[in-house]
Ligand binder design. Structure first.
Ligand code: GTP
Ligand code: SAM
Ligand code: SF4
Ligand code: SF4
Length: 354
């Protein structure tokens, strides 16, 4: 496997290797087992969705980005501690150079049965190119973000995206035998009248659909209140068109699903604001610089890059991980309020990959 070479160290964490718990499951102070790792392999993206980024984004310095080999080693350390689900995200993960080398390497954890799921969340722009390779790496199910079926609206939301390209990517993934779930952010006055049509379309194409409440991460140059659509309202409106019945389908992610009688398909709601799901949290997030965020909605983080680069041995890394998981907070403090000028969390969604 041809990986790039790792480079040098940074400040070391304070704990010593004696506390390292290789093989021990990661359990947070609230008794939640951490079995789901989301890895943002780049904060860069070929789109600029209005709810995610500002048009003129400053990205992380390239010099700070972990090599693919380092990301692979970090993922392996999590797998050794009980991670069963690994999601590659970004920015746009499929624009990172050499990304298939990482997928090919990670697929060993699927082959050995150490991982239940290796998956990706993508905007779909590169999927027609990579669908076959992803399938060959054991990726069985992916999430594609798509908020509208109107090409002009799609361009407006993403600032310059090509809807046809994403649809071609979805088709390529399905042909490769990968199940696709569509993620749509509910946006006030933008796609709120189209969500019923998105349900009908996704289910007609054999895909699940999840609708997401906009979250206040990062300064995007406009008020979140102008975008925010409570999903309780969306659900009530969809219930006028469809018969929705509760479903106990779960993926290990935060969506709660209903079955749509008219289409036979599944519809998920991700409602961090109107119906917080933190109590059952099972996940942490690793960025492309090796920073571990214990919660999407909080700033506290641990520097795994320093521990990684300190030694080829992983004991300091595991000690740092134990310490970090020991600080995992109970939940987020998201508020969407016009009086709040600054978002509760300064980093953009693209840093942690949602
Ligand atoms: N607040 C909050 N939002 C989350 C969390 N995990 C995922 N999301 C949001 O849910 C949306 C969809 O996430 P995905 O990348 O599709 O991942 P997932 O929901 O775990 O996917 P599935 O495996 O299909 O359930 C994104 O906008 C994420 O930001 C979480 O732990 N907390
Ligand atoms: C940050 S993107 C990264 C992966 C990839 N670029 C994509 O768009 O699927 C992951 C998910 O976060 C969602 N997202 C981005 N910003 C958001 C926000 N402020 N609130 C809620 N969801 C958001 C996107 O719609 C997408 O489904
Ligand atoms: S949501 Fe995904 S595709 Fe859109 S700007 Fe953010 S990272 Fe890029
Ligand atoms: S907001 Fe934080 S605690 Fe709540 S589900 Fe997401 S990551 Fe877990």
């Amino acid at each position: 496997m041809a990986f790039e070479t790792a480079s040098a160290a940074a400040t070391l964490p304070s704990r010593t290797a004696e506390t390292a718990g290789t093989g021990t499951p990661l359990v947070d102070p609230f008794g939640r087992a951490i079995t789901y790792l989301r890895v943002s392999v780049t904060d860069r993206c070929d789109l600029r969705c209005v709810y995610c980024m500002s048009e003129h984004m400053t990205f992380l310095p390239k010099a700070d980005i972990l090599t693919l080999e380092e990301l692979d080693r970090l993922c392996a350390a999590f797998v050794a501690r009980g991670t069963r689900k690994l999601r590659i995200t970004g920015g746009e993960p499929l624009v990172r150079r050499g990304i298939m080398t990482l997928f090919r390497s990670l697929s060993r954890h699927i082959e050995t049965g150490a991982l239940d799921e290796l998956t990706v969340t993508t905007n779909g722009s590169q999927l027609d190119k990579y669908a076959g390779e992803l399938a060959a790496c054991g990726v069985r199910r992916i999430n594609v973000s798509l908020d509208t079926l109107d090409p002009q609206k799609f361009r407006d939301i993403t600032r310059w995206g090509d809807l046809g390209q994403v649809q071609a990517g979805i088709t390529a993934a399905q042909r490769a035998g990968i199940a696709v779930k569509i993620n749509a952010v509910g946006l006030k006055g933008v796609n709120e009248d189209e969500l019923g049509d998105l349900v009908a379309w996704a289910h007609g194409e054999g895909m699940d659909l999840t609708i997401i409440e906009v979250m206040p991460l990062g300064d995007i140059g406009e008020s979140r209140l102008d975008q925010y659509l409570p999903l309780s309202m969306v659900r009530a409106k969809l219930a006028e068109r469809f018969t929705l019945t509760e479903s106990d389908y779960r993926t290990g992610g935060p969506a709660r699903y209903v079955r749509v009688a008219e289409t036979g398909g599944r519809l998920g709601f991700i409602t961090p604001l109107t119906h917080n799901f933190c109590e059952s949290c099972n996940r942490v997030r690793l960025t492309c610089t090796g920073t571990l965020f214990m919660c999407l909605g909080q700033e506290d983080a641990a520097d795994l890059r320093a521990a990684l680069r300190a030694s080829p041995d992983d004991s300091l890394l595991h000690a740092t991980l134990d310490e970090a998981i020991g600080r995992k907070p109970k939940g987020h403090d998201f508020v969407i309020d016009r009086r709040k000028q600054r978002p509760a969390v300064g980093r953009h969604m693209s840093v942690t990959g949602g």
